[in-house]
Design a protein around this ligand. Sequence first.
Ligand SMILES: *Cc1c(COP(=O)(O)O)cnc(C)c1O
Length: 340
Amino acid sequence: MIVDLRSDTITKPTKEMLAAMASAEVGDDVFGEDPTVNLLERRMAELFHQEAGLFCASGTMANQLAIKAQTQPMDEIIAHELCHIYYYETAGYAYNSGVSIKLCNGKDGLISPEDILANIQPDYDWLPKTSLVTIENTHNKAGGTCYYLSTMQAISKTCKDNSLKLHLDGARIWNAMVAKKYQPEDFGSLFDTISICFTKGMGAPVGSVLVGDAVTIKKARRIRKAFGGGMRQAGILAAACLYSMDHHYELLQKDHQRAQALGSIFEQQHWIASVSPISTNIVIFHIVDGLSPQKVLEKLSEIGIKMIQFGPQTIRCVTHLDITDEHIHYVEEKLKNLPL
Ligand SMILES: *Cc1c(COP(=O)(O)O)cnc(C)c1O
């Protein structure tokens, strides 16, 4: 048995999802004529109480479009020091938009209104101009942590009061919604733009949507073309995203339960020093001093269990659509005799 817990991006489309893709109605989306793409964009905009949506090839593209559409060169954006936009998007903010980034270090990957206020640049000709704040929910590198609705409301107010745009990197917003039980209409309109992803726990092979007001999304659509992201019969891909909404969203709760189960199993291992609190589908644990993470990963890999190193003494696992209760049971049994 192979239990691949490296990431929730490794899921493969199910037969039913592939059937939905194969039967999708399509057209040329650069002409705005793909009914399935249009449906997905409209559905996401309505769900999050925004005016318009834009189908994107990746979450990175959706984030990059949001930055480019809402900043000018020589501006600065405020974000958490562990955020995806800073860590995993190849300095795209600088390359694509010509902006700098001011990093906050709030606990658990979350930033507060005070962090924002402390990092807004004063209005001098020799300083970059702060124009955009980005937050991440759930927070990937901090281990799937979520914002309280009240914090997002306070952040939104702080941004409005200071004429700053606010972007939500919602690559795992579905997990946050399940864990925190907030309704999309409660927080959707707090943001100027939101990037939403279907390739993580939702299990689609490709696809993200950026939502926002009509003017910003029109601008983002032009930038998407300039980035080479205008796709033609993209409805085949959008169909997978729609399918995931209808059939996979409700399964995320299970992923979270399985993450908790893994956490309990890890708590019992003598070679694991501690397990970080688990908020959603990401489990991070710290191995005891003197033991090398490479050795642990090697031993695990020999018995078909795959995880990734996430820091000097930390290892990460992520539950997802392709992980079942049998997989969790397998991990529990196999760890009993792990020669470490
Ligand atoms: C995965 C992820 C993205 C987007 O990644 P892509 O691989 O480009 O789709 C963006 N933000 C966060 C927080 C992510 O975890």
